[in-house]
Design a protein around this ligand. Structure first.
Ligand SMILES: CCCCC/C=C\C/C=C\CCC/C=C/C(=O)SCCNC(=O)CCNC(=O)[C@H](O)C(C)(C)COP(=O)(O)OP(=O)(O)OC[C@H]1O[C@@H](n2cnc3c(N)ncnc32)[C@H](O)[C@@H]1OP(=O)(O)O
Length: 301
């Protein structure tokens, strides 16, 4: 019976939840990796390794020093996710980091500082685009969080279906935007509320709290805390459990849960870009970012 279910599950619905949810899915002119049992693609910031026999793709961030999400990272992630979304051999995706001690430092602050309005607009559209791909993916997404995960790094984890964090008190996770003098946009907030509930999100976002693994587990921001050397193997074991559920049933259920949040973003996308550009280009906000970058450098020296 389990084998039959597994076989049935392999007949997956194609396209992300954007199409499963009744909206026309976008078609991307991308080639498949091929038919070997293992397919890898490496770009400068992201490595994608799909094991065709297990159906698990590991997407590794490899942008030292801190895997910040600049234009290159955003573009490479978007292309990698598009390819996996179209690949019927892939049933689940694990996000993790190849950079020691950091999952992702979030958005690249240098893309939000001292640039043109056109740059801010393009940057923000790319950030939205990546979130839409992650949040609406029809695949099972597991975050294997093996390092610090502030702001945009936390958002990538929040977009997954399951989060496993390494048990190291230095690996903090949270939406810390307020501490930088900026604001977590509504769809960051929605992703947090959908994970930890309204009251905890309300406090968490206003204070810009960065949670230790123990506290993140307590509030449900992560689902499991495991020893650092077990993060990836635990993610793979967990994925096998998710594979027991027929894909079509899981995908429709996921779509049902996430569609309102995705629709809200799609309906407000252009206004959100305008808000971001207006906000980030203010002198006072630029000053806050400058001071924050200086503080990061001082901490080093
Ligand atoms: C109606 C009105 C509505 C208004 C709202 C509208 C829009 C909202 C507006 C804005 C929304 C923006 C949302 C922003 C999201 C983000 O993700 S912002 C980024 C936040 N990230 C952080 O705060 C992380 C900062 N970094 C760290 O805490 C640490 O670096 C670390 C990740 C814990 C790693 O620590 P460590 O290993 O000790 O490394 P260093 O601190 O020494 O860092 C190494 C170098 O990397 C540089 N760096 C770090 N983080 C970033 C980053 N995010 N971007 C760019 N660069 C970064 C750091 O400065 C070091 O550089 P140097 O080697 O000194 O040159």
């Amino acid at each position: 019976m389990a084998t039959l279910l597994r076989k049935a599950a392999r007949v997956s619905l194609s396209g992300s939840l954007l199409s499963a949810g009744g909206r026309p899915g976008r078609l991307y002119a991308l080639s498949y990796f091929g038919s070997n049992s293992r397919n890898s693609s490496t770009s400068s910031k992201v490595k994608v390794d799909l094991d065709n026999s297990s159906g698990i793709a590991v997407v590794k961030f490899q942008g030292p020093p801190v895997n910040s999400m600049g234009m290159d990272f955003l573009t490479e992630m978007a292309i990698g996710l598009d390819k996996l979304e179209l690949d019927k051999n892939c049933r689940g995706i694990i996000l993790t980091s190849a950079v020691p001690k950091v999952f992702s430092a979030g958005l690249d602050i240098m893309d939000m500082y001292g640039k043109t309005l056109e740059h801010y607009e393009l940057f923000w559209r790319s950030v939205q685009d990546l979130w839409l791909k992650l949040y609406s993916s029809s695949k099972i997404m597991i975050a294997a969080i093996n390092g610090a995960s502030p702001a945009g790094g936390c958002l990538m984890a929040l977009s997954c279906d399951y989060r496993i964090l390494a048990d190291n008190p230095r690996y903090k996770i949270g939406l810390n935007e307020a501490q930088l003098g900026i604001v977590a946009p509504f769809w960051f907030k929605d992703s947090m509320v959908n994970t930890v509930g309204y009251r905890i999100a309300e406090e968490s976002i206003q204070f810009g709290v960065m949670y230790s693994p123990a506290d993140a587990l307590k509030i449900g921001l992560v689902d499991q805390v495991v020893p650092e050397d077990k993060v990836l193997s635990t993610a793979k074991e967990k994925m096998e459990k998710w594979f027991d559920i027929p894909d079509h049933a899981r995908q429709i259920s996921k779509s049902m849960m996430r569609k309102p949040t995705i629709d809200r973003m799609l309906a407000n996308r252009e206004t959100d870009i305008k808000n971001f550009v207006g906000f980030i280009s203010k002198d006072s906000i630029q000053k806050s970012l400058e001071m924050y970058m200086a503080m990061l450098k001082m901490k080093k020296g």
